[in-house]
Design a binder for this molecule. Structure first.
Ligand SMILES: [Zn+2]
Length: 259
C-alpha cells in the first residue's frame, strides 16, 4: 500500500475560445479555463511544488507530497496546454476520448503523437465518454477501456497504462475492468490525495477546479487542505443525483452532465 501523498489536479480545456475545443455542451463551460486564468492557477500551485510528476515514475519519488497535473477529454486545446507545461518544465497527463480523435474540436492522431513526444503522458478517458460510467454492464466497461487503450497503443506504438474515468461516476467494476485490460493507474474525480490499490490498479483521486474556483481554494488544495470539505460536497451532489435519477437523466440528455 502506497503511503505517499499525491495532489492531482483535473483540468479540461484551456482556451480563450470555448468553441474550438472539447465537448460543445453547456455542461462543459464551467470547466473551460481562459489561458491567463490557467496560468495563474499554475503559479499558485507551483508555490507549493518544484515540479509536476509522471504517475509512471511515482514509485521512485522521494518527496512525501507530490503534484500530478491531468487533463481530461482530449480536446484540441491540449496542444497549447502541452506547450505551456513543457515551457515550464512540467509534465502533464492527457486522457483521450478515443471515439472523438480527429473530430472538429478534438485532437487528431498527429497531435496526440506530438504531445507524447514532448514528454507528456497519454492515457485513455474511455472510447465514447459514457455519461454515467458506473451504469454500464461489465462487458461494456471492458469494451470502453480495452478499445480505447488499443487505439492509443496503435497510434503511439507503446503500452498505455493510465486512464481517467469519464464523468467521474464509478464503482468497483469500473476499477476491476480497467485492471483486466491492463490499466495500472486510474484517476477518479473523488477529491483525495491518498492513492490506494484495488484489483491490482493504483487509484488516484483528483480535485477539479472550475473557471469560477477561487484562488484561495486552489491554494488550499495545493497544500493538501480542504479535501474533506470537497469530498462531502461531492458526496452530497452524488446523493442528489442518484435519488433524483429520473430528473438527472433528463439533464444528461440535454448535455448538462459533468465531464
Ligand atoms: Zn471527460
Amino acid at each position: 500500500m502506497m503511503t505517499r501523498h499525491v495532489i492531482s489536479f483535473l483540468y479540461h480545456e484551456v482556451t480563450d475560445n470555448p468553441k474550438i475545443s472539447g465537448f460543445q455542451v453547456v455542461g462543459a463551460l464551467p470547466y473551460i479555463h481562459k489561458v491567463s486564468h490557467f496560468l495563474s492557477d499554475l503559479d499558485l500551485i507551483l508555490k507549493h511544488f518544484k515540479k509536476s510528476e509522471s504517475v509512471i515514475n511515482l514509485s521512485s519519488l522521494k518527496d512525501m507530497l507530490n503534484l500530478i497535473l491531468t487533463f481530461d477529454d482530449g480536446g484540441s486545446s491540449a496542444v497549447s496546454i502541452a506547450k505551456i507545461l513543457s515551457d515550464k518544465g512540467l509534465v502533464g497527463h492527457f486522457f483521450i476520448t478515443t471515439s472523438m480523435i480527429g473530430a472538429d474540436t478534438f485532437l487528431n492522431t498527429d497531435q496526440i503523437k506530438n504531445i507524447r513526444k514532448m514528454g507528456h503522458v497519454i492515457g485513455t478517458h474511455s472510447h465514447t465518454h459514457p455519461s454515467i460510467f458506473r451504469d454500464l454492464s461489465y462487458d461494456q466497461k471492458i469494451d470502453e477501456w480495452g478499445k480505447s487503450k488499443k487505439i492509443l497503443e496503435d497510434i503511439l506504438g507503446e503500452k498505455i497504462s493510465t486512464a481517467s474515468i469519464p464523468g467521474g461516476d464509478m464503482d468497483d467494476d469500473t476499477i476491476r475492468a480497467a485492471g483486466d485490460v491492463g490499466i495500472e493507474f486510474l484517476f477518479t474525480s473523488e477529491p483525495s490525495y491518498r492513492p490506494y490499490e484495488k484489483f491490482g490498479v493504483l487509484v488516484f483521486g483528483r480535485v477539479c477546479p472550475k473557471n469560477t474556483t477561487a484562488a484561495s481554494q486552489i491554494n488550499q488544495w495545493a497544500q493538501g487542505k480542504g479535501f474533506l470539505k470537497s469530498l462531502l460536497i461531492r458526496k452530497a451532489k452524488n446523493f442528489m443525483r442518484i435519488s433524483l435519477k429520473p430528473l438527472y437523466s433528463v439533464f444528461v440528455k440535454k448535455g448538462k452532465s459533468t465531464l
